[in-house]
Design a protein around this ligand. Structure first.
Ligand code: GRF
Length: 219
């Protein structure tokens, strides 16, 4: 468990954000640190598996160190896994945030960052999650099932896919005329960009406890 007292004057939480694409969640975190919605926090690095990710531009524009570690650059998956962990470790993070990171996290990294790595998933877990549910597929499945409420979840990362302790969830209503793209954007705007920064702020201020695979949010 990440021990933080939340006392004033403590060292800021060192956060590494891992991305693969557009980086709108990264942007929400950057903006929240800037406007004080997230306190006691410093984004110390951004890691992408994709050198063309727009998220890397966002990091650069905001003076945040970044690097790309792509599986394509290495002969085997094991070597990539090792390099990815080395890259994360090099920033000495207190918290790793997966913000649209589309690579399977190596088991060694999951173990090392137990209860110190969080993920944003664009559904209300345990609906529409697990293997194969990522990106637009999540929203296509929700519309195909005809659910009336969707949403997003921030959770700690464990060995399973989207199975770790849930930190925050937020619901979003489906509209009659929604397409997967429209729904995806509403879920981001109304849920993801709010609960991911909020979860980081709670962790940075020592307000999240984990026991028995569940979290408690302290007042
Ligand atoms: C988000 O929908 C996130 O929930 C999912 O991937 C998407 C990333 O979007 N895991 P962005 O790169 O933050 O814009």
């Amino acid at each position: 468990m990440l021990e933080r007292t939340g006392a004033a004057g403590q060292k800021p939480l060192r956060v590494v954000v891992m991305v693969s694409g557009g980086g709108t969640n990264l942007q929400a975190i950057i903006d929240s640190v800037k406007d004080g919605t997230i306190t006691n926090t410093k984004i110390v690095g951004v890691i992408s598996n994709n050198k063309n990710a727009y998220a890397l531009k966002r990091a650069e524009e905001n003076g945040i160190p970044s690097m790309c570690v792509s599986p394509k650059e290495f002969e085997t998956r094991d070597i990539f896994n090792e390099k990815l962990l080395e890259a994360v470790d090099s920033y000495e993070p207190d918290l790793v945030v997966l913000a649209g990171f589309l690579v399977v996290i190596p088991p060694e990294m999951i173990k090392k960052y137990e209860n110190r790595m969080i993920n944003i998933h664009p559904s209300l877990i345990p609906s529409f999650c697990g293997k194969g549910y990522y990106g637009l597929k999540v929203h296509e499945a929700a519309l195909a099932r005809g659910v009336k409420v969707v949403g997003a979840t921030v959770h700690f990362v464990d060995e399973g896919t989207d199975t770790g302790p849930i930190i925050l969830q937020k619901a979003v209503e489906v509209q009659q005329e929604d397409t997967p793209e429209v729904l995806q954007h509403r879920v981001m705007e109304q849920a993801e960009w709010k609960i991911l920064p909020r979860a980081i702020d709670l962790i940075a201020n020592g307000k999240v406890q984990v026991a028995d695979h569940k979290t408690t949010i302290l007042p």
